[in-house]
Design a protein around this ligand. Sequence first.
Ligand SMILES: [Fe+2]
Ligand SMILES: [Fe+2]
Length: 152
Amino acid sequence: MELRWDDSYNIGVPQIDEQHKRLFAIIDELTIALRQGKGTQIIANTFARLADYTHYHFESEEFIMQRYNYPRIDEHKTMHVEFKRSLAILISRWQDGEMMVNVDTYNTLRDWIREHVTSHTRNADQSLGIFIRLHPDGVNTHRAPEDNDPEA
Ligand SMILES: [Fe+2]
Ligand SMILES: [Fe+2]
């Protein structure tokens, strides 16, 4: 099943909302590749893109948090660090062949990634969005630079 984007995921900061949509799309590609039992090389490549895009996206959010002096920056950054670490562990377990692609592991993997991304987007990122929308500088005044977008 596709990871459906719906507008309740929007945080009201267009640059970040676009990145979240892209992140969802990459997760879908990974889901499809795993389900279809695509070649190891293709799956490894999709995992790598997911990791790269996650890094880029977190950097963008952190740049914005800094620019707006977001008071919960440390807490939010810690969640990003933990997420990146967990994703890296998951990918290396998969690479080491501990997680062979059968229906169960594929479901677990897919659910883990989805759960982490959707709950983070709905909670921590949503709080950031509320803060920015209420900020006197306004939304998108301090956009993150887009030059490092690995999917561009
Ligand atoms: Fe995010
Ligand atoms: Fe975040």
